[in-house]
Design a protein around this ligand. Structure first.
Ligand code: ADP
Ligand code: MG
Length: 222
């Protein structure tokens, strides 16, 4: 139990630090991007180099965006939200990404789900989980998103039949910048765990190599 508390303190410290740094990086980055874009439009010989610079700037920007999600809970209020509405939105958002991987997304939402007290950052968690599931099935497959009522909470399951996660990888998941992907940021799970913690929820990963992975998120209902 003590270790859980220490982990949660560490997470919120990482969050505050990340948010501070992210804000500081954003401004110079925007300036740099603008200048590179201008040069790219003018000069023809050095174009490839400037294109690489632009791509790298965009990558830093992506990392900063993920870190910034952690900052939101401090500045924005919680409201009442419908998990099924948020998930509908996320699925629509990622339909093209799923098609690209030949992944079919199926929704199983129980009727009369209670609302939950939530923050807009929760959508980012659903986006991260859906993306990870899709990316674990490069040869296609199925992602089931199930939402069930529990006694005083709701349970959301992202069930994929993708590559699964070996034990030694499972240990490292959620550590900042840990990724097994060529162009991953390794921040999705860390950020998502932090957001679920801010919602007083539970985040659980179960996985079997070769069979697939289930991410379960339990959130208190109102
Ligand atoms: P990223 O997606 O940028 O790599 P994440 O924090 O979202 O960063 O995920 C970290 C790692 O966890 C991934 O690189 C991948 O190895 C593993 N992972 C996460 N979700 C799944 C999943 N559904 N199936 C298999 N592996 C997963
Ligand atoms: Mg990810």
């Amino acid at each position: 139990k003590e270790e859980k508390i220490r982990e949660s303190e560490k997470l919120s410290m990482v969050g505050q630090l990340a948010a501070g740094i992210a804000h500081e990086i954003r401004n110079p980055l925007t300036c740099l991007r603008g200048f590179v874009q201008v040069i790219l439009n003018e000069d023809s010989e050095k174009k490839t180099r400037y294109k690489v610079m632009l791509a790298e700037i965009d990558r830093i920007n992506e990392i900063v965006s993920e870190l910034l999600v952690l900052a939101k809970p401090a500045t924005e209020n919680f409201g009442f939200g419908s998990v099924s509405c948020m998930l509908d939105h996320v699925v629509t958002l990622l339909e093209a990404h799923a098609k690209l991987y030949n992944v079919e997304i199926k929704k199983y939402f129980e009727a009369d789900l209670p609302l939950i007290k939530c923050h807009s950052s929760l959508k980012q968690v659903f986006i991260n989980m859906t993306k990870n599931a899709i990316e674990s099935m490069p040869d296609g497959g199925e992602l089931r998103i199930e939402v069930k009522k529990l006694i005083k909470s709701i349970s959301i399951n992202f069930v994929d039949n993708g590559c699964g996660i070996p034990g030694e990888v499972l240990q490292k998941i959620g550590q900042p910048f840990f990724t097994t992907k060529e162009s991953g940021t390794g921040l999705g799970i860390m950020v998502s765990k932090g957001i679920i913690q801010n919602h007083n929820g539970i985040f659980d990963i179960r996985s079997t190599v070769g069979k697939g992975t289930t991410i379960e998120i339990i959130l208190p209902a109102i």
